[in-house]
Design a protein around this ligand. Structure first.
Ligand code: NAG
Length: 262
């Protein structure tokens, strides 16, 4: 019996690791009248698969499958959790609503969680206990004084966007004091302005930055010399007159002849 249980346990383990869509080959064991993978060998609670607990209340009794529901939809380390284990990451689509552009996005309520949107379908990924998600590296990084655990605060922000504290390129819409899946994302060198409700250029170094509102314009960032990260931002327009039309090219950071017939 011992080796059989070992085999069945490893099948169960493989099922958990592989996750959705793969059927465990347990049917063959049923015809020998042996205990199935669902028979308890000890009194314990463990993860049956990525979304269900397996609860054992007595040895030899069938294991009771309990679904993980609501926000704690994942089974991680023997308990229901909002964070998927690393093996279960990506296997299930999440309730996170993806913005129009695919990519990796932070979670508004959990600094150790992030979402990968592919074809506008999100999958959840989680970081280890001593890590936080970083929007700079698009990955889990060690939690430090620079990379702290912060979440979106919706207090007194009902019906408004609230900034994602570690990175102001992101803002989440708040309703009834809670974050929603509605997210505003700004490009690089931009920040979401919660007063104007749009992305605005925020200089982070000296040089030129495109104007998000008008492709003919660019913004010149010049250090003020007062403190660090203080820049004077001057909006300028590429040459445009009766004879010539030009736009600011965000790649070369230069004015080039306009191709659109504006
Ligand atoms: C997880 O286990 C439950 C209970 O046995 C089952 O209903 C569910 O389909 C399983 N999910 C996956 C993805 O295998």
């Amino acid at each position: 019996m011992g080796p059989l249980i070992t085999v069945l346990t490893s099948i169960a383990l493989v099922t958990c690791v592989v996750g959705a869509g793969v059927k465990a080959p347990v049917a063959a064991s049923k015809d020998v009248g042996a205990p199935t993978a669902d028979t308890c060998s000890s009194v314990e609670v463990k993860c049956k698969n990525c979304t269900h607990l397996g609860v054992c209340i007595a040895i030899g009794q069938p294991e009771i499958a309990m679904p993980c529901l609501g926000a704690a939809q994942y089974c991680t380390d023997g308990a229901c959790s909002s964070k998927p284990s690393s093996e279960c990451s990506g296997g299930f689509s999440s309730s996170f609503s993806c913005p129009p552009t695919d990519g990796h996005y932070p979670d508004p309520n959990n600094c150790r969680l992030y979402h990968i949107c592919v074809s506008k379908v999100a999958a959840d990924y989680s970081c280890e206990a001593n890590q936080v998600y970083s929007t700079n590296t698009h990955s889990c990084v060690r939690q430090t004084l620079q990379n702290t655990c912060q979440t979106v605060n919706c207090k007194q922000k009902n019906g408004q966007y609230s900034l994602y504290p570690p990175d102001h390129r992101y803002a989440f819409f708040c309703l009834s004091g809670e974050t929603t899946g509605i997210m505003a994302t700004c490009g690089n060198s931009q920040e979401y302005n919660t007063d104007l409700n749009k992305c605005q250029v925020k200089c982070s170094k000296e040089g030129l930055v495109p104007d998000p509102d008008d492709e003919r314009n660019f913004i010149e960032c010049t250090a003020t010399g007062i403190g660090i990260n203080n820049y004077e931002q001057v909006k300028r327009q590429c040459p445009n007159n009766d004879k010539i039309k030009s736009n600011f090219d965000p790649n070369t950071l230069e004015c080039v002849v306009s191709t659109s017939k504006k």
